[in-house]
Design a protein around this ligand. Structure first.
Ligand SMILES: Nc1ncnc2c1ncn2[C@@H]1O[C@H](COP(=O)(O)OP(=O)(O)OP(=O)(O)O)[C@@H](O)[C@H]1O
Ligand SMILES: [Mg+2]
Length: 282
């Protein structure tokens, strides 16, 4: 699969682009709460949805127009830990790009905390992205000639409404890197790291602005089984400790079955949206 294929130019420009990683969850929950910030974990049907996909349709205007998504509707509540599954080409990345405000639907709406994102305009969507969303993609998209620390600090530099001086930014970046076991490589250039380390740096970057929502597109596609399991363990811990909402695109049924909710797309249509009762039975 090609995570970049459906990436709009806006996405490719974005320094928010990140990818997955393997990391030892070597610090405690209290540390993470302090480092990443705690979000209100609602999740129940009574709470207002954090994100609404309302009849989303996406047609790519290619020579032969491609209808990548048709009338996809669902809500995501704060604190959910959900998987989006489907075959290659079924529209998963397209859907995630729309929910991540990296691309706009041909028809339908994406609401964030009840706000119409279309009305916000390109710039307003960029602000919403910075406030609400952290991205973890299969390919890390780090700035290769910049240090690990510079890469992680980047989202805080471009975030509007985030008042942080250089000292505070550095402290927070080092804290997040520590959480992922990366203190030792903070001053190295990104291109001097191993694949697994790069992916961990990309996760650190996704966490830098303490986003209430993490959108992950095949975040462990490049990793071996062990590192992949470590990533999901960390995601789970962040979700449980901080109430961070996760939407994870994956091919892997085994991984999907460890989430709380499975949203399945087939040929651009939502065919299944189920709560995963497997976990309740444990
Ligand atoms: N930028 C684009 N321009 C034209 N067509 C596109 C673009 N991006 C995706 N598509 C098409 O839209 C459909 C859905 O693609 P999408 O990338 O969302 O699938 P996916 O489920 O993420 O697949 P994979 O598992 O392989 O990543 C495919 O037919 C694809 O070829
Ligand atoms: Mg994809």
């Amino acid at each position: 699969m090609d995570a970049g294929r459906s990436a709009p130019p806006e996405l490719r420009e974005s320094v928010e682009l990140t990818t997955a990683a393997a990391m030892p969850a070597d610090r405690g929950a209290a540390d993470r709460r302090e480092l990443v910030g705690e979000h209100e974990a609602g999740g129940g049907p009574a709470s207002a949805p954090l994100i609404v996909a309302d009849e989303l349709t996406k047609v790519y205007d290619t020579v032969a127009a491609t209808r990548a998504l048709s009338d996809v509707t669902f809500d995501v509540h704060a604190g959910e830990f959900a998987a989006i599954v489907g075959q290659s080409g079924s529209g998963k990345s397209t859907l995630l790009n729309l929910l991540g405000l990296l691309d706009t639907p041909t028809e339908g709406r994406v609401l964030v905390e009840g706000r119409e994102t279309a009305a916000a305009g390109r710039r307003g969507r960029a602000v919403l992205r910075n406030q609400y969303l952290g991205f973890v993609f299969q390919f890390h998209h780090l700035l290769p000639e910049s240090s690990v620390l510079e890469n992680v600090v980047m989202p805080a530099l471009i975030a509007e409404g985030v008042e942080m001086d250089a000292h505070e930014r550095r402290r927070r970046a080092l804290d997040v890197l520590g959480m992922l076991g990366l203190e030792a490589v903070a001053e190295k250039n990104a291109n001097q790291l191993s694949g697994g380390q790069k992916q961990r740096v990309a996760i650190a970057r996704a966490l830098m602005n303490r986003p209430p929502v993490i959108l992950a597109d095949e975040p462990t596609g490049d990793l071996d089984t062990e590192n992949s399991a470590a990533v999901y363990r960390l995601f789970r811990e962040i979700n449980a400790d901080l109430g961070t909402t996760f939407l994870i695109v994956t091919h892997d049924r085994g991984i999907a079955e460890q989430t709380d909710r499975i949203i399945e797309v087939v040929d651009g249509e939502l065919v299944q949206d189920v709560r995963n009762t497997y976990l309740d039975r444990r």
